[in-house]
Design a protein around this ligand. Structure first.
Ligand code: DGY
Length: 320
């Protein structure tokens, strides 16, 4: 109960309230921005636990700055590529994430991007708002049919599988690529597991749902864009570096693919030069999990993990 906890940025209040119920001191970064490295190192010092975000690089230097009394870094995200898990293990600091609660919101966002990019929604909206519409036209804003087309899902973990299952209403042919087979997708959708190259060649819509690891960095690069149909639409709600963003800009500019819907970027908050000038890109600021309900659940889950570690219990969502 004497615990002293640091939260690296304001999260929804129910998570803060839960922390305050169990901990004597809960200090929160007062500014709505990412802490600088120096601020992060200074603020974690002497804490019993830290609730951190995907925008904080948590590595050995941070664990050392926190000190040996620090029991857990509870990450407010399902992805934990921002945390050096091996260093945490060496230092015997626990690390947790927030799986499951953001699956629907993220899969929904992938669909929102797929629709927006394929039906040119953002481009049309801009056209309307700038007063350029002079009346209905048979050749205006022609996009892509969605119903009955081929959907390629790269990575069918929780989010990828959920995204694929949501295609049922659109009677799509579903291809997926993953190390493991998904009996659920095969039985419910008649989905077919195929090698990545085949998925890239055959799909009309390609949605990426893999975690960021050395093996998935630039999984989609120039060679992969060359395999795609010129009408293909690429969706990325996973992590930016999974797609080579410069190669994506080239592919979109050259008409090698039709469009992209993106929620994540290689060097957030920046986007590759030229990307945001392209009309065939729909870009969101890493908001796939940004619903009130989901972000509240993430806050509670991160707080529960943190409290469990402080109480000497196994954090329900430990990754180290
Ligand atoms: C995550 O949780 O990893 C998302 O990118 C943000 O919610």
């Amino acid at each position: 109960m004497n615990w002293n906890v640091y939260v690296t940025r304001l999260i929804p209040q129910p998570g803060i309230d839960l922390l305050k119920k169990h901990c004597k001191t809960v200090d929160i970064n007062p500014d709505d921005r990412v802490l600088t490295r120096a601020e992060l190192l200074r603020n974690v010092k002497g804490r019993d636990a830290v609730l951190c975000l995907l925008t904080d690089r948590i590595d050995d230097e941070v664990f050392a700055a926190a000190g040996p009394q620090c029991r857990i870094f509870a990450n407010y995200a399902v992805g934990f590529n921002n945390v050096d898990v091996e260093a945490a293990k060496r230092r015997k600091v626990r690390v947790s994430n927030t799986p499951g609660v953001l699956t629907d919101a993220t899969a929904d966002m992938a669909w929102a991007l797929l629709f927006a990019a394929s039906r040119r929604i953002v481009e049309s909206d801009k056209f309307m708002r700038t007063g350029r519409w002079a009346g209905w036209g048979p050749m205006q804003f022609l996009g892509q049919d969605i119903t009955g087309r081929t959907l390629g899902v790269i990575g069918v973990g929780r989010i990828g599988a959920n995204f694929a299952l949501k295609s049922a209403g659109f009677r799509m042919k579903v291809l997926y690529s993953d190390m493991a087979s998904s009996l659920e997708l095969e039985s419910k959708l008649g989905a077919r597991k195929v090698p990545l190259d085949e998925l890239l060649r055959e799909s009309d819509f390609i949605s990426v749902h893999v975690p960021l690891m050395p093996e998935t960095t630039h999984l989609i690069s120039r060679k992969q864009f060359e395999m795609m149909k010129p009408t293909a639409v690429l969706i990325n709600t996973s992590r930016g570096p999974v797609v080579d963003e410069k190669a994506l800009v080239e592919a979109l500019r050259a008409g090698r693919i039709a469009a992209a819907g993106l929620d994540v970027y290689e060097e957030e908050p920046k986007a590759a030069p030229g990307l945001l000038e392209l009309d065939n890109v729909v870009a969101c600021p890493h908001t796939a999990s940004a619903t009130i309900e989901t972000r509240t659940k993430m806050a509670l889950m991160a707080a529960e993990n943190l409290i469990a570690a402080l109480e000497g219990r196994e954090p329900p969502n430990a990754v180290a």
